[in-house]
Design a protein around this ligand. Structure first.
Ligand code: PAF
Length: 276
């Protein structure tokens, strides 16, 4: 950790700009697209790989979260990344660790309702990464829209001079948002996993044809998704239409609002969103 920190200080002292791409590994094209954005933004890129225990709640998949550091390093080699940071868990969270970062309001809704301490863990690890690397830019994916907004607020409130960059969601050829958790599906389950995106697409079509009712758009997401994934195989957590910055619920849809969905699809918890 001290090595990473002093390497980044040297970069900064040399007058070069630095971009950080925080990840939990098991890299897919979605992550790599964030790396490409980082390379365009800054002279030097750091990709961190760390499965952060504090953002997983009890009963979540921390123990089984997919990992393949060797494949990750091979994928990153193609990009000629300057630094890959794979800190040790004890270095990040030494014994008797007890200091956390909490973004109070933005975390009360959507993911925060179901996963109460999730964003506290995310904000804490990202603060630690910011302190170690002192980047000019930090790049996150739109798929985790709330996460990106929480981190933007955290960065602003704590006074980090860091530009938070949000890269678009990358999708498989059928539209399923890329995610490390997609690896949990069997092939037949995987075919149905696209149901959430199909729901979002149907709602967007309705919005474009003039329907501004949030409740109807949300109903369309559910109904369309259920046509693909039936019965207990699809268990919605929420479908929400919110303001893109405050994340407060909207009754009337407007351009730029965020339509988000979270559900268990064949037991795998997926999230997705689109900006109307
Ligand atoms: O989006 C993720 O993969 C994680 O939440 C992050 C930002 C790397 C923090 O652990």
């Amino acid at each position: 950790m001290a090595g990473m920190s002093s390497a980044c200080r040297k970069v900064i002292a040399s007058g070069k700009t630095l971009a950080l791409v925080p990840t939990m590994g098991y890299l897919h094209e979605g992550h790599l697209s964030l790396v490409r954005i980082a390379q365009k933004k800054a002279d030097v890129v750091v990709v961190s790989i760390f499965v952060n225990p504090t953002q997983f709640g009890p009963g979540e998949d921390f123990e089984s979260y997919p990992q393949n550091t060797r494949a990750d390093l091979a994928a990153l080699r193609e990009f000629d990344i300057d630094f890959v940071f794979t800190p040790d868990r004890r270095a990040i969270y030494p014994e008797n660790f007890q200091t956390y970062v909490n973004v109070a309001l933005l975390t009360r809704t959507l993911e925060g309702k179901t996963r109460p301490d999730h964003f506290r863990g995310v904000a804490t690890i990202v603060t630690k990464l910011f302190n170690i690397c002192r980047p000019d830019f930090a790049v996150f994916g739109q798929k985790d829209y709330q996460q990106a907004e929480v981190l933007r607020k955290m960065s602003e409130d704590l006074g980090y001079p860091i530009k938070i960059v949000i890269g678009p969601t990358l999708r498989e050829s059928d539209g399923l948002a890329m995610s490390s958790r997609n690896s949990y599906f069997t092939p037949s389950q995987r075919r149905e996993a696209v149901c959430l995106y199909r729901g979002l697409q149907a709602a967007r079509k309705e919005f474009r044809s003039g329907n501004r009712s949030a409740s109807e758009l949300k109903r369309i997401v559910r109904t369309r998704a259920r046509k693909i994934c039936r019965g207990r195989a699809l268990d919605f957590d929420y479908v929400a239409l919110t303001d893109r910055h405050t994340l407060t619920p909207l009754k009337k849809a407007q351009k730029g609002a965020v339509l988000s969905v979270a559900a268990r699809v064949h037991g795998v918890r997926l999230i997705d969103n689109i900006i109307l």
